[in-house]
Each structure stands twice: as structure tokens, then as C-alpha cells.
Design a protein. Structure first.
Length: 543
């Protein structure tokens, strides 16, 4: 169905092709999972399937490509729309109208289909994605998971043979992500739609895939094979598979259910290492939230009496479903929103009464969309801009060292808009850290990051915490919270419903438990490193 023959694609004003002499065949009616390091070319590959590259992005093409018998380079995205449905990372970027039913009908109206055909297809798409109850809702009022399903439904109205999705769960909580992936599996199994999906959080999706297409990056040729064969040989694996590879489990388990047999045999041999005790710096809170309420102008009550205290040198993860109030709380901590009631004290300052620019020197904030922080012509210029904005002297050596620490120093002279989502995420983090802030606020910092980069980020955040920085991170990334956070504050409908040590809170949760904890159901084991250390401790104890 999808056939690349010696196909190459190069963006404008770049030194080398992103896709180089690609020859590849993807089968019809299967679920293909596309994985690889951030910046390896996965998104570019997906954009070629309907002609977005080169028609929207420009650049040069060589070789041939056929998708369901059509040439996307010749047909353009409009000519491919009834064959290839595209769903992007941020579903809102593709919405045109603000009512769900109208959004689903929009593409059909552009194709001038008969009225009765349009009504039939809209009803079918609403039913297939189980969103009929949302038909009259404003798109802007939906949760992240609901928006993602509306975007998929809108793509389905043209009855495509292929559905292409670029990290569709990157902004979703675990339950919403599962709802979206189950819907995709049903479309694949029941309707025979070919699914081509790029994703970094493989623990969510690998069990649904028939094939894994791995992009190594650096110009190396991609590898297409069955999931166990690929995952056994690549470094980008979820915690369950990482643990299975380290312990030689065969066959390699792809699901928690498959791994439980190995866990039962292993558990008697585990001797958990003692938890290190950490002394926090001083008794005064770096951030103190007291009875915080916030209602948006549309009437949505986003925060309801939130109380939270975070001390210097503490790492707190804010977790909860989409729409639970995590991002709203972070914006209050840096003064971007003003409370209806209650107050926020940040480093002793009343955040509502202190100018945001005065807070920003010592309180760094990275929003979900990193593009909101990027203005300059090159990566290095972004850090220089931040220094000038805070009246700091230029220091290119320090800026390059910071970029190197985040793995993007080689991109120093690239334009920020030319970077991948994960690379832009790391650049935004670097841009706010040049001021050496005392408090670091992160909203979904692992969006677009592969497992290797995520492990590096977790290690660096722990080092910053150990150096006395206060870190508050809103995240749906269960594995990052398990690896790095001291505390978890679980939010629901604008309230903090649970606040306690990360191990206890995550181990007691059915939704926000890590893969390893689901295997062992023991708060002492949240990560593969916990298990491997437990085995080592038991071996040492036995002498």
C-alpha cells in the first residue's frame, strides 16, 4: 500500500536530506508504530505520506513514492485527503470551527458532497469514536482526550484508507491516552484502516502494533520488523522491556500481563535498597499556595481552594487528568494568572501583586508549547536574548555548556523553528535556565523526548534539586515522575486530592502507577533501577 523507492527529501536551506535513498514497503491494513530518537526524521516521514512535505514545507524530492496507488508529490495534500487522514500532535492546530459537529462536516463541505452523504458520514464518525454526546459542544470546552478523538473523527469523515498520527497521546493523561489508542485499534481491526503512528511513550502503544519502524537517525536506514525483534536491539524501550532485556526474559514481554510471570518468580529474590534521606534547606517554603481559587471568564472553575507548600530542594510532580487544574496552578505561581480568592507566595513575594518580569528572574517557567518562549534567529541567540532580557552579561561558553548538557549544542546555529518538538522543548528549558533560577516550573517537559533524552532530563533535574533548586512539574509522564519526583500532588477538578511521597501516591494509584510498580505492586519498586538494585542488594546480603 505504501511504497518508497530510493526516495529522498531535503528541507530548504539545509545541508543534507532528512530522508535519504529510502526504499520501504508498509503493508495494507496493519498497525505500524514509528519510533526513534527526537529529530531522527519521524515527523518528516509522516508528512511525506500525504504530500505536506514538500508542498507545505518546500524543499527537494528525489526518487518515487506511491501511497494507495497515488503519488503524494504530484497530488498534493488536497489530492491525498480522501486516502490519507492526518492527525497532528496538537489537535487544536487543525480545528477550523468551534462546534464538534461542524468541525466534522467542514472537510466534507469543502469536497461539496451531497447533504445526505455528509450527515451519514458525520454520524458514522461520531459513533466510531464514541463522541456523539459531544456533537453540540464547543471544541474549546473539551478535554485533551476529547479533542484528540474529535480530530481523529474529522479525519475519518473522508473515509481514508490510511490514518497517520504524530504523537497523538503526547499531551494526554494515561486514561485519555488509552481511550484514544483503543479507538485506533478498533478502527484498524474492525474497518481495516492502516494506522501509521509515531510515538515516544511506547509503554502506551507497543502492544497494539503489528510492526515497528525504527528510525536510528544520523542518516542510517530505518528498520522495519515485528515489535519484539526491533525492541530487543534498540536503546529506546519502555521500563518493562528495559527490565526484561536486562534480566534476559524470554520471550520479551510487551505487556504487564506478559511480564507478571517473570515478576512472580523474581520477587522472592528482591531485597529493596534503603531510601536515601535528604535534608531540605531551611523550614521556609519556596512556594506556598493558600486557599487558591480561579474561575476563567467562560465560567470554568479551574482551581478550588488549593493548598500546597514546596520547600527549597524539593521536587514535586503535579499529576491528574486533563483539565484537572495543573497548568492553571503553574501559571499562578509565576503571576501569569490572578486568583479570585486565596494567594500565592513565591520566594516570599505575593505572585499576584509582583510584576511577572520581576518574578521571572528567579522563577523559571516552561509552558507546554515551547514556541511561546522562542523568538530569536538561532538557538544560541535564544540564550543570549534571555541574558539581555534579565540584564545579565553575555556568556557564550556557559550557553554552549548548557546546550551540551541538554544534548542540543550541535544545533547552536540552527533556527529554532527548524527543530523538532523535542529539540524545541529542550531549547525552551535552556532559555529559562540561563538566569540560574531558584524555582523551576515545568509543564509537560517530556513532550517530544525519547527515552534516552528523558533519562538525561530526569538525571539533570535531580542534580538541580540536589543543588537546592525547587522544581514543580505538571506531567502526565508517569515514568518520569517515578524516576525523579520526591512528592506527587494528585489533582482532580481543581483540587489537590492526594499529596504525599511519590512512592506511596503512585503505588496506591491504579491510573498513575509506573510499569514496574504495576508488575510488583510494591512502593519500593517504581523503576527498573529499583529492581536491579534490589537484586544486587540481595546478592550482596547472601554473600
Amino acid at each position: 500500500m505504501i511504497h518508497y523507492r530510493h526516495f529522498s527529501y531535503q528541507y530548504p536551506e539545509t545541508a543534507r536530506p532528512v530522508l535519504n535513498d529510502l526504499s520501504l514497503d508498509l503493508p495494507e491494513g496493519d498497525f505500524v508504530l514509528v519510533v526513534g530518537p527526537s529529530g531522527a526524521g519521524k515527523s518528516t516521514f509522516l508528512r511525506t505520506l500525504n504530500g505536506l512535505a514538500p508542498h507545505f514545507y518546500g524543499g527537494r524530492v528525489a526518487g518515487s513514492l506511491l501511497v494507495a496507488g497515488r503519488d503524494p508529490v504530484r497530488e498534493s495534500p488536497r489530492g491525498m485527503a480522501d486516502v490519507v487522514g492526518m492527525v497532528f500532535q496538537d489537535p487544536e492546530s487543525g480545528f477550523v470551527v468551534d462546534v464538534v459537529e461542524d468541525e466534522l462536516a467542514f472537510a466534507l463541505e469543502n469536497w461539496a458532497l451531497p447533504q445526505d452523504t455528509m450527515r451519514k458520514r458525520v454520524e458514522e464518525a461520531l459513533d466510531q469514536l464514541r463522541i456523539a454526546h459531544l456533537r453540540h459542544r464547543p471544541v474549546s470546552s473539551l478535554s485533551g482526550g476529547e479533542k484528540q478523538r474529535v480530530a481523529i473523527a474529522a479525519a475519518l469523515t473522508l473515509h481514508p484508507q490510511i490514518l497517520v498520527l504524530d504523537e497523538p497521546t503526547s499531551q494526554l493523561d494515561p486514561q485519555a491516552a488509552e481511550e484514544v489508542l483503543l479507538a485506533l485499534r478498533q478502527l484498524n481491526e474492525d474497518l481495516g484502516i492502516t494506522i501509521v503512528l509515531s510515538e515516544h511513550r511506547l509503554e502506551r502503544v507497543v502492544q497494539y502494533a503489528d510492526w515497528v519502524l525504527y528510525w536510528p537517525g544520523d542518516g542510517a536506514r530505518p528498520l522495519l520488523d515485528r515489535p519484539p525483534a526491533v525492541l530487543r536491539h534498540i536503546p529506546l524501550t519502555p521500563p518493562l522491556i528495559t527490565l526484561g532485556k536486562a534480566l534476559g526474559w524470554e520471550p520479551l514481554p510487551l505487556t504487564i500481563k506478559q511480564g507478571r510471570r517473570f515478576a512472580r518468580e523474581l520477587k522472592p529474590r528482591l531485597h529493596p535498597r534503603p531510601e536515601p534521606t535528604r535534608e531540605l534547606n531551611g523550614a521556609r517554603a519556596a512556594v506556598q499556595v493558600e486557599g487558591l481559587w480561579h474561575r476563567y471568564k467562560n465560567g470554568v472553575e479551574a482551581l478550588r481552594g488549593v493548598n500546597l507548600q514546596v520547600r527549597p530542594g524539593e521536587f514535586v510532580a503535579l499529576m491528574g487528568r486533563n483539565g484537572s487544574g495543573k497548568s492553571t496552578l503553574l501559571k499562578h505561581l509565576v503571576g501569569l494568572l490572578k486568583p479570585n480568592r486565596g494567594r500565592v507566595l513565591a520566594l516570599g513575594h505575593d505572585a499576584a501583586r509582583t510584576p511577572t518580569e520581576a518574578l521571572a528572574r528567579d522563577i523559571a517557567y516552561v509552558p507546554q508549547n515551547p514556541d511561546r518562549l522562542l523568538f530569536a534567529e538561532t538557538v544560541l541567540d535564544e540564550l543570549a536574548f534571555s541574558r539581555r532580557a534579565h540584564a545579565l552579561p553575555p556568556n557564550e561558553d556557559a550557553d554552549r555548556a548548557l546546550l551540551a548538557r541538554l544534548g542540543i549544542e550541535h544545533l547552536a546555529h540552527r533556527h529554532p523553528r527548524d527543530l523538532s518538538v523535542g529539540e524545541r522543548q529542550r531549547l525552551a528549558l535552556a532559555a529559562v535556565l540561563v538566569t540560574d533560577p531558584a524555582v523551576i516550573l515545568l509543564d509537560e517537559p517530556t513532550r517530544g523526548l525519547d527515552y534516552v533524552q528523558k533519562r538525561g532530563l530526569a538525571q539533570w533535574l535531580r542534580e538541580l534539586r540536589d543543588a537546592g533548586k525547587t522544581i514543580i512539574m505538571a506531567t502526565h509522564d508517569v515514568e518520569l515522575a517515578a524516576a525523579a519526583a520526591d512528592r506527587v500532588a494528585l489533582m482532580s477538578e481543581g483540587e489537590v486530592v492526594v499529596d504525599g511521597p511519590a512512592r506511596r501516591v503512585m503505588a496506591e494509584s491504579l491510573v498513575f502507577a509506573s510499569q514496574v510498580n504495576k508488575l510488583f505492586r510494591d512502593p519500593r519498586f517504581l523503576t527498573p533501577e529499583d529492581v536491579l538494585a534490589g537484586l544486587k542488594a540481595e546478592d550482596a546480603r547472601r554473600g
